[in-house]
Design a protein around this ligand. Structure first.
Ligand SMILES: [Mg+2]
Length: 258
């Protein structure tokens, strides 16, 4: 283990405790990774797509407060897409009809808005590709080299496409994404169900699996289960917020765990 030199100004606590960092995952048999914001910087793409969606939608809603960056973290981040739509709208006291699951993206329904957001997201990914976080790839490869099993647990229905675009698909025969969760009838994060399902698919008890998450709802999901540890990756949610949500420890980058 490398000794982490902590040159941060006094009073700014960091995850510079290498003992705590390594003990969070030593002894574990598997690492369950969230995707967007943990392995790939696609949380930013999702954030942009949501902003574009609601900026456009709210223009036609007189008197509604405009979309703010904090709305993403408060109401949307980490949740299944349609829950994000519904919960954001609720924050503005807006209730829309659900519409069919494959509703036209042009329709102002929960599913229409969700599908519109998905279209914006896919357009951005296809145009720009996805480069995974370097520190996350190093951590993933180190875990695999130690013989740990790995899986991806994502609320997104785009997880396989994003993994392919990032060149990571071959690492993950087990992917529990929004499609798998819906087919298995599992509630999304903050329920621990999708993480527990991934552990089952790896043939391991939850106690032997580490959850790695960047979203409050995802950390809550890990914390609600009986996992070995929940590692929070602070990509903007806030270190203390992730600790309060139940993270065992919080890092800025997964290379801090090496
Ligand atoms: Mg995430």
């Amino acid at each position: 283990m490398t000794e982490l030199s902590n040159s941060t100004a006094a009073g700014t606590s960091t995850a510079g405790d290498s003992t705590a960092s390594s003990s969070a995952w030593t002894g574990a048999s598997a690492i369950l990774f969230d995707l967007d914001g943990v392995l790939t910087p696609t949380a930013i793409v999702h954030e942009r797509a949501w902003q574009e969606l609601f900026d456009g939608y709210l223009q036609d809603v007189p008197g509604a407060d405009g979309y703010r960056e904090s709305d993403y973290f408060d109401h949307i981040d980490g949740k299944p897409r349609f829950d994000g739509v519904r919960d954001f709208l609720a924050s503005r006291s807006i209730v829309l009809p659900e519409g069919p699951a494959d509703d036209d993206p042009a329709n102002d329904t929960v599913h229409g808005l969700g599908n519109r957001k998905n279209k914006v997201f896919n357009d951005i990914v296809e145009a720009g590709g996805v480069a995974p976080y370097e520190g996350s790839v190093r951590f993933l490869e180190a875990a695999e080299a130690l013989g740990l099993k790995v899986a991806v647990v994502s609320s997104s229905r785009n997880a396989p496409a994003v993994l392919l675009a990032a060149g990571l698909a071959d690492h993950f025969p087990v992917v529990v994404d929004g499609v798998v969760a819906a087919a298995a009838g599992l509630p999304g994060k903050p329920s621990p169900a999708t993480y527990e399902y991934a552990a089952q698919l790896l043939d391991l008890p939850s106690e032997e699996c580490v959850v790695v998450e960047d979203a409050v709802s995802g950390v809550q999901a890990g914390s609600a289960g009986s996992f070995h540890a929940v590692i929070g990756v602070d990509r903007g949610a806030g270190r203390q917020t992730l600790l309060d949500a139940g993270a065992t420890l919080v890092v800025d980058d997964l290379n801090e765990l090496l």
